[in-house]
Ligand binder design. Structure first.
Ligand code: SIN
Length: 534
């Protein structure tokens, strides 16, 4: 049984930033757990395009305006203002100074900003097309110098420990739900430990893996959201799953992200016959329209004309040397899959990319469960509304990681939190479980969930499609719950149980919201003023 002051579940930019901030107090014990073998592995690692900075002539107001416009009227102005005002300063303090991330500069040492969709300014800082990797390298190195931070890898969180639910004494905390840490599955020892924590931070990332096509890595299966839901935390805006317009559509490399920065640097979407098409969908923005608009335009072109992809042409817009220099990872990944992007256009399709909803949190990352915080993609601060503005997710992780840590620090400082309650947490009970998890069942069920979500709760939705999804997901949920209750724990089984739960959360939210907004598009909705429908 481990005891810690702060348990952080997940080690992307949000979790790592929270840990770095907390580590300033040498008396704080901070434990980060990640299901990955390598602590760098997280959604953040795969971020290509960059992170919003602030160049000359740019202001918090301008960024705020862009966030609210992309968010299609659903963003919280208060949260978006916090991000716009605090983000660029923290970027400098935490990423550039502490984590020593060297964003690209010109020959005079000035930051090189790139353009991305729906931004009124060139303001995206980047490290080539591998910004996330540079950030994770910097953050993990900085954490390695903090003696009061422990990173435990290959640990999959199973469930949050909440009172009164997990208490031996049911009268404990009868006034509300309080989180006391999490049960953790040790993937090497194959046992479950209690990790008891005075405060717990969910930083588990998103849920793109519940869709057949996604840019997200394997771990993005909604673990944190499902755990928070089972613990009774409020979840919000779950219908807003953002689809990135341009994921690579080459055999063996499906889902690899072709950064929006490629369009920011002049790339143009064309049909397989070579016709540009974005101007007819968004004359004001063209290829740099908000992501939901571009993704639906591609979907529409594919459906109407029977294409299995569209093309993104950078080869005829940028010199070959510049492509190789600006987009080294995209260039080499495509080359490995047999395509030279300096000569030919890139086949792309939309893919699930980012969850704009999540565990409802306030401006300090506090969830509705006492002593449970949420930061990064698992949470919903309200910044992203119905459609996230490009390159704001890393910034949000940074700002709310820092804010949650500040709040926790005050809480731990001011209150003498009673730890005697820890003794009331029972150990994990596995008695009676004899069957090993069958990988064929896990993989089969996961693929079924991904297909249901892709076809019925995807880019274009209707009551009929979503209702069908809910019926099928409920049936699967029952099957998987029975399977879970009779089978020895396994990382795949934990993920499957979470995936079906979050798929239902998304589908139910999508059914309830009959109005098309941002990335939630109902073809059976009645249009209201301000909607951007195709
Ligand atoms: C991209 O590089 O296109 C992704 C950036 C983002 O998701 O904000």
């Amino acid at each position: 049984m481990n005891r810690t002051d702060v348990l952080i579940i997940g080690c992307g930019i949000a979790g790592a930033t929270a840990a770095l901030r907390l580590a300033r107090n040498p008396n704080r014990l901070v434990t980060i757990v990640t299901r990955a073998r390598d602590a760098h592995e997280s959604n953040t690692l795969y971020a290509q395009g960059g992170i919003v900075g602030r160049g000359a002539g740019d202001t918090p107001e301008l960024l705020l305006g862009d966030i609210l416009q992309a968010g299609a009227g659903v963003s919280s102005p208060k949260a978006a203002r916090i991000l716009s005002e605090e983000g660029p300063t923290l970027l400098h303090e935490v990423l550039e100074e502490l984590a020593q991330v060297a964003f690209d500069q010109d020959a005079n040492g000035q930051p090189l900003f790139t353009q991305e969709a729906a931004h009124s300014r060139r303001r995206i800082l980047h490290v080539g097309d591998g910004t996330g990797r540079a950030i994770m390298n910097g953050l993990i190195t900085a954490l390695s110098h903090c003696p009061n931070v422990t990173i435990e890898s290959q640990m999959t969180a199973v469930d949050l420990i909440t009172f009164p639910h997990h208490s031996r004494n049911p009268l404990d905390n009868y006034e509300g739900i309080t989180c006391h840490g999490a049960y953790m599955f040790d993937r090497q020892e194959r046992t479950v430990h209690r990790c008891l924590a005075t405060t717990t931070v969910l930083a588990t990332g998103g849920l793109g893996r519940i869709y057949r096509n996604t840019t997200n890595p394997l771990g993005a299966r909604g673990d944190g959201l499902a755990m928070a839901n089972r613990a009774g935390a409020r979840i919000t805006n779950a219908e807003y799953v953002q689809f990135h317009p341009t994921a690579l559509a080459l055999p063996g490399a499906e889902g690899f992200l072709i950064s929006e920065a490629v369009r920011g640097e002049g790339g143009v979407l064309i049909t397989p016959e070579g016709q540009p098409f974005m101007m007819s969908y968004a004359p004001e923005w063209g290829d740099l329209a908000p992501r939901d608009v571009v993704a639906r335009a591609i979907h529409h072109e594919m459906e109407r004309n029977g294409y299995s992809y569209v093309l993104l042409d950078i080869a005829s817009r940028m010199p070959a040397d510049s492509i190789r220099e600006r987009f080294p990872n995209i260039y080499s990944r495509c080359l490995k899959a047999g395509l030279d992007i300096t000569r030919e256009p890139i086949p792309v399709v939309p893919a699930a990319h980012y969850f704009c909803g999540g565990v409802l949190v306030d401006e300090w990352g506090r969830s509705s469960v006492d002593r449970l915080y949420g930061v990064g993609e698992v949470s919903c601060t309200g910044v992203h509304g119905a459609n996230r503005l490009a390159s704001t997710s890393l910034l949000e992780g940074l700002v709310w990681g820092n804010r949650a840590a500040e709040h926790i620090e005050q809480l731990l400082d001011q209150q003498n939190l009673v730890r005697a309650e820890f003794d009331n947490v029972p150990p994990w009970d596995e008695s009676g479980l004899v069957a090993d998890a069958d990988p064929a069942l896990i993989q089969g069920d996961m693929q079924t969930i991904q297909n249901i979500m892709w076809h019925y709760v995807g880019l274009v939705r209707s009551a009929e499609r979503i209702s069908r999804a809910i019926r099928e997901l409920r049936h699967l949920w029952n099957e998987i719950e029975t399977f879970y209750r009779t089978t020895k724990l396994d990382d795949g089984l934990i993920g499957l149980r979470n995936a079906v739960e979050v798929a239902l959360i998304v589908a139910q939210a999508a059914l309830h919201n009959r109005q098309s907004r941002g990335c939630h598009y109902r073809q059976d909705s009645v249009a209201v003023e301000g909607d951007r429908l195709i």
